[in-house]
Design a binder for this molecule. Structure first.
Ligand code: GLU
Length: 476
């Protein structure tokens, strides 16, 4: 029987689910699903000082919202769990003891000051890659009342080689590693140690993660060798950069950084899923729109991109708009209602369906609906517009007011009225519609004007134009 493919996303719960983390999770998810395997969420919560209380929950909620739900997690364990590292301390200790017993690791009592002193000396000798000087290995003295760290004794003559799915063959000499710490003085394993123990015991077959982990992979491979375990396959994904090709900083506002912010701004999870899938991976086609099922079907680990992936905000909005346009009325309502203010919702309840449908095609972020519906809840504020109406345009509006009182607001009647007035005033196209739109909505642009006027209804349309004509400021 073939080995089951098991991938994992292994965040530290030190922050909210970030774009980069979500992308890592997504690729691991897609591959597991493509291979009919399992996608696992493992929480690496061994950095006690940096853990956030809601960190794990935020990560899991974000994944669930995106539709990247793990098959296995701290909420859904299997026989290889637990999947919270803080619950696995006895497991790590067992392997630490083995290494200590075999004299492959040793206790180190050096203080921060001693380490700094040693580093200084090495630098003075011109050594750039400073390493631990093995003081506690050569002089194994016990300091009472101090908890030691455990260091691995790293042989210097090994080559650590792997075939990275993104970068090809990578080789790290073990001499560059130094005797790195595997257990901290607070009894917690270090990232590199716990990561290897867990990936092995959890039967992880493939590890896709950010390129910042390339240097860690050397240390991890050293441990795999030491235990005589088969390492997983690695892919180190290229960084995500902003429009200026700069690596994302958490404060960069040209990029939506956190998954819960996408939700708050009114992104559909399908859109974010689709967008993220093309951030560092590409299918064998020019297409941009892919359903989840399609992505699962075509996902191919040989198509990770080799160059940094650029976060393109307009493309994200375009993708979101595409998915918003596809929503059925009931889904559209479910999606948009939370963005509309309560008082507006109450006011608009009789026309809500029509109003949402009116704006559906233009929405790039759901939150836009909040202000858009205001054209139906408050009178336009013409003072804010730059445009100066000329006399002809004012007469056009006056006539519209008079004539529209006489007709029923059907599509055809309104169209004909506008056409007639166009002929009368010798105005066409934009020159005809623009003043009318401004008078009715106070806005330069908007959805179908005829539909908008219909939603106002006769009474409100009349009131708006009357008020507009009274407020002469814009055409004097
Ligand atoms: N906890 C690590 C991180 O958040 C996991 C890296 C890995 O996937 O090995 O970066």
């Amino acid at each position: 029987m073939e080995k089951e493919i098991r991938t994992r996303y292994a965040p530290s719960p030190t922050g909210r689910l970030h774009l980069g983390g979500a992308r890592t999770a997504l690729f691991n998810y897609l591959y597991a699903k493509n291979q009919k395997g399992k996608f696992i969420l493992r929480i690496e919560d061994t950095d006690l000082a940096r853990n956030l209380k809601e960190g794990s929950e935020n990560q899991l909620n974000g994944l669930n919202w995106l539709g990247i739900s793990p098959d296995i997690s701290y909420q859904k364990e299997d026989q290889y769990g637990p999947y919270l590292q803080s619950k696995r301390l006895d497991i790590y200790q067992k392997y630490i003891d083995i290494l200590l017993q075999k004299k492959l690791a040793y206790k180190c009592y050096c203080t921060k000051e001693e380490l700094e002193e040693s580093a200084k000396k090495q630098k003075a000798k011109g050594i750039k890659a400073v390493k631990y000087d093995r003081k506690c290995f050569y002089n194994p003295i016990v300091k009472k009342g101090i908890n030691p760290v455990i260091r691995l004794y790293v042989e210097e003559n090994q080559k650590l080689i792997w075939n990275d799915l993104v970068r090809g063959k990578i080789e790290i000499p073990s001499s560059s590693l130094g005797d790195f710490v595997i257990l901290k003085s607070d009894g917690m394993p270090t990232y590199n140690f716990a990561n290897v123990i867990d990936d092995h015991l959890m039967k992880i077959t493939d590890v896709f993660r950010g390129e910042e982990h390339i240097s860690n992979t050397g240390k991890q491979l050293y441990l795999y060798k030491l235990f005589n375990w088969e390492p997983p396959r690695f892919a180190h994904l290229t960084v995500i950069v902003n429009n200026d090709n700069k690596k994302l900083s958490k404060r960069d506002e040209s990029v939506v950084q956190f998954i819960d912010s996408y939700k708050k701004l009114g992104y559909l999870p399908e859109a974010v899923f689709n967008f993220l899938s093309l951030l560092g991976w590409s299918p064998n086609t020019e297409e941009e729109i892919f359903s989840k099922a399609k992505l699962i079907e075509i996902f191919d680990v040989n198509r990770f991109s080799k160059s940094p992936s650029q976060f393109n905000y307009p493309k994200l909005k375009w993708t979101n708009n595409y998915y918003i346009k596809k929503l059925s009325l009931s889904k559209l309502k479910e999606f948009l209602i939370p963005f509309i203010e309560k008082k507006d919702l109450i006011f608009l309840k009789d026309n809500l369906d029509e109003i949402l449908l009116l704006f559906q095609a233009q929405l790039r972020e759901g939150i836009e609906i909040k202000n858009l519906v205001k054209i139906f809840t408050i009178f336009p504020n013409w003072k804010n517009i730059q445009y100066k109406f000329n006399e002809k345009e004012i007469n056009l509006i006056k006539d519209f007011l008079i004539e529209s009182k006489k007709i029923k607001f059907t599509d055809l009647n309104l169209e004909n009225l506008i056409k007639r007035l166009g002929i009368k005033f010798d105005l066409k196209g934009k020159n005809l519609m623009h003043p009318l739109r401004l008078a009715f909505t106070g806005k330069e642009q908007g959805p179908s004007l005829i539909k908008t006027i219909q939603i106002y209804g006769k009474e409100k349309a009349k009131l708006i134009l009357e008020r507009f004509l009274k407020d002469e400021i814009h055409y004097r």
